[in-house]
Design a protein around this ligand. Structure first.
Ligand code: SAH
Length: 260
């Protein structure tokens, strides 16, 4: 499928773990290294956000293990997932840890890598296209743009306990970042918008809420900051969603190549 010699791709050695980003959905956004890993892995330990069409690319003999949240059932604890990766590698398997987007963008890739390093398991990190960049591109929104968007902040709208994260300095972000990209934020969008407006962002600043970005089910709702949460709810937007706040959202009127 891919000429790994010509691309000079690294060998996926038995007993090692590759922490790989699968991108936001569209299988065409996989990297050559991600595809190489899928074709050679003995076991694929995957998260809820990995598109089924991507899993279908694994070699037919590969074991597929689900390690994410599903249907409200409790998700496996992070230490258990890390221990599982270590265990599989110690058995001499080629272990592909496959995550949606980029493994190290709100994906706990760093935590798993630390566990592998502590256990002296050889590992590699293969970056993926994160939803906060790829999803914007598929909505016709450039993540930066000269003059109007020279800094971007990626921020989680959800803390460990599911609340608006208090460790995030929302007022500082409101002042300093012309583009704000929120992950896992839809349930708290109203409160986050209120904090940003209280810190000086214009209530009519444009926002795009992008659901299931880069998949066939992608939907985009645009609205002024003060109304974005209500408009997304009224439109029945589903998770996963990425939210982008900034004047760059206006460019979508001219750049929506997917919907055009
Ligand atoms: N590692 C992932 C992010 C994991 S956190 C990445 O780099 O993209 C999960 C959050 O990512 C979701 O709540 C949502 O905010 C966002 N997300 C992931 N895939 C998405 C998609 N296809 N469309 C919209 N948002 C997505």
């Amino acid at each position: 499928m891919i000429d790994s010699a010509r691309l000079n791709l690294a060998e996926f050695a038995p007993g090692s773990v590759w922490l790989v980003g699968a991108g936001p959905g569209d299988p065409g956004l996989l990297s050559a290294l991600a595809l190489h890993a899928l074709v050679h892995a003995d076991v694929v330990v995957y998260d809820a956000l990995v598109d089924p069409r991507i899993l279908a690319l694994a070699q037919s003999g590969a074991a597929l293990e689900f390690a994410g949240k599903r249907g409200g059932r409790p998700s496996p604890r992070q230490p258990d997932i890390s221990a599982r990766l270590v265990h599989l590698a110690q058995q001499g398997q080629r272990v592909l840890r496959l995550k949606g987007g980029d493994p190290c963008v709100f994906g706990r890739g760093g935590e798993e890598a630390l566990a592998l390093a502590a256990a002296s398991i050889p590992f590699r990190i293969v970056p993926g296209i994160t939803a906060g960049i790829g999803g914007l591109a598929y909505a016709g929104i450039p993540v930066t743009h000269r003059d109007i968007a020279s800094a971007v902040t990626f921020v989680t709208g959800h803390d460990r306990g599911g609340a608006v994260p208090e460790a995030v300095d929302w007022a500082a972000i409101a002042k300093a970042s012309p583009v704000i990209v929120l992950y896992m934020a839809l349930p708290h969008l109203e409160r986050i918008a209120a904090r940003l407006i209280a810190a000086g962002r214009a209530p009519d600043e444009p926002v795009a809420v992008i659901s299931r970005a880069t998949t066939a089910a992608q939907r985009v709702v645009t609205a002024p900051l003060a109304e974005a949460a209500a408009r997304a709810a009224a439109a029945g937007i589903d998770a996963p969603t990425i939210v982008v706040i900034g004047q760059i959202v206006r460019l979508r009127d001219r750049l929506d190549w997917l919907g055009a």
